[in-house]
Design a protein around this ligand. Sequence first.
Ligand code: SIN
Length: 527
Amino acid sequence: MWRVVETDFLVIGSGLAGLTFSLNAADPFQVIVITAGKINECNSYRAQGGIAVPQDLEGDLRSHLEDTLRAGAGLSERKAVEALLRGGWEALRFLEGVGVPFDRNPEGDYSLGREGAHSRNRILHVGGDRTGKGVMEKMMAAVLSHPKIEVLEETRALDLVLRKGRVIGAVVQAAGKDPFLLLAKGVILATGGIGHLYPYTTNEKGIAGEGMGMAYRAGALLRDMEFIQFHPTALKADESPLPLISEAVRGEGALLLNDRGERFMLQVDERGELASRDIVARAIHREMKEGREVFLDARSVRLFSERFPSITRNLSQHGIHPAHELIPVVPVVHYAMGGVYTDLDGRSSLQGLYAVGEVGSTGVHGANRLASNSLLEAVVFGIRAAKRAREDLLTGSAKRLSFGELSLPYSPKELRSASEKADQSVMEEAKRVMWENVGLERDEKGLRNAKEILRLLQKRLPPLPTPVGHSITTALLIVEGALMRRESRGSHYRSDFPGQEKEAYHLYQGGNHESLMDRKRIASFSN
Ligand code: SIN
């Protein structure tokens, strides 16, 4: 027998996008937020650099738009980027409304940082490099004190529940308990990215693409899965996740040197250390492949410990003092540009299912995300999705939705035992395969090898929906996309196809169609 809980909106994930949605959708509606760990265990909380916001609605908006499109390597959707940037000031007002104290200079203006591929300083930050913590603590306080929002920690979604093609809830499980049914008039995926599909990542532990795999299983359309961003500078250390050394450090003048003391970035791109992330990450990777170590030289950065207090603390825990020592760095997995395809209001291709934040693909990031655009996307599209979902609930088909009888192809006991049996060693093997074959440089042979092994790993899992199973599905979607994209573009580099095709195209997967190379655009879909 299934225990059933009903609500208006079920939000899966407690990062900035999920909480923004919740605060904007609640009241009179009831929202339940579930999160696999504690509420603060998300990538948003770990964000350092900041939130990029155009400083005016003319010159800087145009320049921010151009920077975003250029970084996206022909695949960012102009309309999505315009919606992102035009929503910037509303997003800022919303964050300040919940009490986020953005850093200001002595004149009282926002203190603005710079990161790779931005042509101007436009990145707002909090507490120097504690932007994520500064933003999320205020957001969490607002959510936890909201009378219409309930947060269930250590509770994860195992499967989406559909009736007649509409998503009407999820099967969820609190740690160590039997799964139950959480039915909702709108289900919002906000599960973040894919970092822990790889052994080396900046991502919060446990973030391994489950949301994307679960959406695929339900029949949602996904897009651009092959584009995985590596952050050029994580601290070279023996731990997981690896400590991030924000790009803002390079924005303040830090240089990249190899172990011969050469500033190699100038030979690669005229923007040097502030070239776009894909270019810097690949240049470091090549230095390493040729046997050279790479370091960040931040000795010239003034007031380092004041501007970057949390990086200073992390470095000192590793015995490194950036004022007079070089920082050893490595590029590691940081962000997924693709995900569950959505329109500009967060609606997926499945009725009743919305996706916000990194799990979604609004079209903003294209083949390579511009630094610090993701927190902005989380807020702007979180607000837009909430407005749309409220409207859908007041006037759309969700208004008349009643849940009635449901029959599921498994029992709570069967599902619990499947989750318990899903072997963690499968994940460890999958991570190794992804790192070795689906990293910064890919080729046909490696990708085919990865596909074959991932398929074998899939067979070792119970044939029921489990978090590990969803992660392996997502890994396969990344591999499939990478195999089909026989060109190099943005973060996707094929050593066997180093050139870029003339026409930029998206790759879609799922939606009851397998990877559709020829479906370069979706003509339309209604929800
Ligand atoms: C950083 O601080 O370098 C990360 C910012 C981002 O990923 O946008």
